[in-house]
Ligand binder design. Structure first.
Ligand code: NAP
Length: 246
């Protein structure tokens, strides 16, 4: 067992996109970071090398958040290599935009398995394993407030994440653990950009009154606030981070 010398954070889906930027930010703020990924091993390893070269403690853990055994092992490996977990960031996600009528059973299951079941799997482990004073940040989406055509299954799975967040915050009574969710608007990552024309991207970029897409740092700074001391009284909330979109 490793002697715990710094607070420990697990960031799911940290090989790329918003998760990778969160991992960098939490490392800079003194956390030892478990960089979870499902398939992007090269990107996850490169991030861990980068963090270690900057003097931080970091490990990469391959685990499909939709798989309960993988999630248990992710917590086991984190505890063994970094120490007991203080912070869980449930960032892993996918997006396939398609009218409900064209959705396949497989895509429905995949979307719900990663967002709803994945969040459920990690929260269930966190319930018994997170240190007192811990912090959990789940990932919803501002699309929940927009009801955009083509996003029905994605939105429904993120609505489930919002419900899990609000109930679990209450179930953590007595543990001094806060549970919140961030709900970003469009962020310039593969998840948003992939498959969209330049015109579609610009249409989304013009939607918020601040008239731009978010960068991952716009989201990671809010996540850092939610895991830091200044947010101690924020609990059970869904925080939309979208430049005023909805
Ligand atoms: P991204 O760039 O596509 O990255 C997604 C990350 O999730 C990758 O690291 C991927 O790892 C990981 N992942 C996917 N399936 C996984 C699984 N089963 N188990 C573990 N990891 C898995 O996406 P992003 O834009 O950063 O999105 C991050 C979160 O923000 C998601 O929950 C998304 O729904 C939410 N969000 C994003 C936007 C946006 O506009 N980008 C807006 C609102 C909400 P591998 O590559 O290893 O599979």
């Amino acid at each position: 067992m490793t002697t715990q010398i710094s607070k420990v954070a697990i960031v799911t889906g940290a090989s790329r996109g918003i998760g990778a930027v969160i991992a960098r930010q939490l490392a800079r703020e003194g956390f030892a970071v478990a960089v979870n990924y499902a398939s992007s091993a090269t990107e996850a390893s490169a991030l861990v090398v980068e963090l270690r070269q900057a003097g931080h403690r970091a490990i990469a853990i391959k685990a499909d958040v939709a798989n309960a055994d993988d999630v248990r092992r992710m917590f086991d490996e984190t505890e063994t290599q970094l120490g007991k977990v203080d912070v869980l960031i449930n960032n892993a996600g996918i997006l396939k935009v398609m009218p409900l009528a064209q959705h396949t059973d497989e895509l429905f299951d995949q979307t719900f398995n990663i967002h709803a079941r994945g969040t459920f799997n990690t929260l269930r482990e966190a319930a018994t394993r997170l240190n007192a004073g811990g912090r959990i940040v789940n990932f919803s989406s501002s699309t929940v407030g927009m009801n955009l055509p083509g996003y029905a299954v994605y939105i429904a799975s993120k609505a489930a994440v919002e419900s899990l967040t609000q109930v679990f915050a209450k179930e953590m009574r007595g543990r001094n653990i806060t549970v919140n969710a961030v709900a970003p608007g469009p962020v310039a990552t593969d998840l948003f950009l992939h498959g969209k024309s330049e015109e579609q991207i610009q249409t989304f970029a013009r939607m918020p009154p601040l008239e731009r897409l978010a960068q991952p740092e716009d989201i990671s700074r809010v996540v850092a606030f939610l895991v830091g001391p200044d947010s101690a009284w924020v609990n059970g909330q869904i925080l939309r981070v979208n430049g005023g979109l909805v």
